[in-house]
Design a protein around this ligand. Sequence first.
Ligand SMILES: NC(=O)c1ccc[n+]([C@@H]2O[C@H](COP(=O)([O-])OP(=O)(O)OC[C@H]3O[C@@H](n4cnc5c(N)ncnc54)[C@H](OP(=O)(O)O)[C@@H]3O)[C@@H](O)[C@H]2O)c1
Length: 302
Amino acid sequence: MGFSLWLLALLGVSVVASFIRRRVKYQKGLKNLKDKVVVITGCSEGIGVSLVQQYFAQGAKVVMAARRENLLQTVKDGLPGSGQGRVLAVRCDQAVETDCKNLIDAAIAQFGRIDALVLNACRSMNDRWVELPDPPVLCKQVFDVNFYGALYLTKYALPHLTQSKGSIVSIVSLAGKQATIRVSFYAASKAALISFYDALRLELNEATAGVSITTCVLPLVATRTALEVANPRIRWSAMTPEGAAREIQRAHVTRSREVVLSATGKVIATLRPFCPALMETVFGLAMCDDLAVGIRKALLGH
Ligand SMILES: NC(=O)c1ccc[n+]([C@@H]2O[C@H](COP(=O)([O-])OP(=O)(O)OC[C@H]3O[C@@H](n4cnc5c(N)ncnc54)[C@H](OP(=O)(O)O)[C@@H]3O)[C@@H](O)[C@H]2O)c1
C-alpha cells in the first residue's frame, strides 16, 4: 500500500476511535449538575470565582475554599440571593493537612455528601533559579500548596467521592507539559499532578471505584496574578476566566480524561512530544525579555 493509503487508513481509524470515545463519554457523563455538591478550591479570585458562578448557575451546591475569607464572602454576596443557602465558604490553607480535612468535614456536615472535588488553587512563582538565595525553599512552598495540598484533599474526599461515584477535576497548566523560564517549580508541580492523577485514575478504574478524574490543561488565562507576570508579548493569547471555567465544567460533566484548552494549547501539547527542542525554543522566545537576544541565541547558540 502506498504512503497516502496508509495515511488515509490512519485518519479513518482515528475518526472512528474518536467517535466511539465521544459516545462512551456521553453515556458515562453526568446528566446535569443540579444539587451536586461540588468542592472548589482557590475561589477568592481568578478562575475560581468564575467556577463558583458557573457551578452555582447550573444548580450545584458549592463549597468554596481559599485563605482570604473576606474575598470568599464577597464572591458569595455577589451570587443571586447571596447563594440561596446553596453555598458554603470555608477558610482553608491547603498546604496544611488539618485545614484540608476541615474543609471536607465542613462540606459533609453542611450537605451530607460530595460529588466533585475541583482542585483549582495554586501557588505560582516568577523567579529564575539563579536569582533565588535558596531555591529548594521556594520549591517546597510551591509543592506544599500545589501538589501536597491536592493530595491531602484527595485523601479526605475520596471515600465520599467513591460513595457518590463522583469526580476529581485537576486544573493544571500547559507549563506542566512544556516548561519554561521563571516557573520551574510551578511547572514541575503541575507535571507531578498530571502524572499522579493519571496513575490514580488507573488504580481507581482497576478497583472499579466509579470515580472519574479529569485533568484540565490551561494555557494563559487573563487573571490578575497571571497577567502581572505574563510577558506582554503573549498576553494576546489569554483566555477569559469565564471561558476557561466553562470548558473546565464541560470536561467535568462529560467525565473527560484530559482536555487541553484553546487552539494554541492544543497545538503546543500535540507537537511537544514530537519536536521538544523546537517547542522549547518557541516557548523560550515567547517568554524572553529581549526578543533580539533570544533569536540570536536560538539561531547561533550564544
Ligand atoms: N491564569 C493562568 O494563566 C493559568 C494558566 C494555566 C493554569 N492555571 C491554573 O488555573 C488555576 C487558577 O489560576 P488563577 O490564575 O485563577 O489563580 P489566582 O488568580 O492566582 O488564584 C489562586 C487562588 O488560589 C488560592 N490559593 C493560593 N494559595 C493557597 C493556599 N495555600 N491554600 C488555599 N488556597 C490558596 C488563592 O486564594 P487565597 O490567596 O485567598 O488563599 C486564589 O483564590 C491554578 O491551578 C493555575 O495553576 C492558570
